[in-house]
Design a protein around this ligand. Structure first.
Ligand SMILES: [Zn+2]
Ligand SMILES: [Zn+2]
Length: 171
């Protein structure tokens, strides 16, 4: 948690979608009184993004979730918890974050359980989580293996990989 918590790569022009993007449960997100993220708010705190899932493209999040077999987390293989609507809850996670040039493409988005998603951003071994997810994605999209490896290498070369992962509380 070093450095100033800037809202990582928040692009005010992007159509961020608040709520649980990988499910159709956002409409029942009544427990959250502030469904709109303060995208343009410079003082947005990391804590806010912990409880809100953002995605540029809800369709990509949906596809990633469909790819996750039977609602199983693409990292740990466990079923997400069951939602009130009878779906399994998973979150879409951008494996190479936007602030490291990760594209908003299906091959860069993993569907993982809520706990693993927190680990992917804030866990002690978040870099390891990233690499495991890359391996998983490459199984589905072998043609982008080089691209992902290149992006990961570039990210590692930048020296503050962990911080970037932490700050990119994204999808
Ligand atoms: Zn998991
Ligand atoms: Zn994420």
């Amino acid at each position: 948690m070093g450095g100033i918590p800037q809202p990582a790569d928040f692009d005010p022009q992007a159509s961020y979608v608040a709520g649980l993007s990988t499910n159709d449960v956002s409409s029942q997100d009544q427990d959250n009184p502030t469904p709109e993220p303060n995208v343009g708010e410079k003082k947005a705190e990391k804590q806010t993004s912990l409880t809100t899932t953002y995605t540029r493209d809800p369709e990509i999040a949906r596809k990633a979730k469909l790819r996750a077999s039977d609602g199983r987390c693409e990292l740990c293989g466990e079923l997400g918890f069951e939602t009130a609507q009878g779906c399994y809850y998973l979150e879409a996670h951008q494996v190479i974050p936007r602030n490291c040039d990760g594209p908003d493409e299906i091959w860069n988005v993993a569907a993982i359980c809520a706990n693993d998603h927190k680990c992917a951003h804030f866990g002690n071994d978040r870099k390891n989580v990233r690499d495991r997810l890359i391996k998983k994605l490459v199984q589905h999209y072998p043609n982008v293996a080089d691209r992902l490896a290149e992006l990961a290498a570039k990210m590692d070369g930048s020296g503050d990989t962990d911080e970037k992962l932490e700050m990119s509380a994204d999808t």
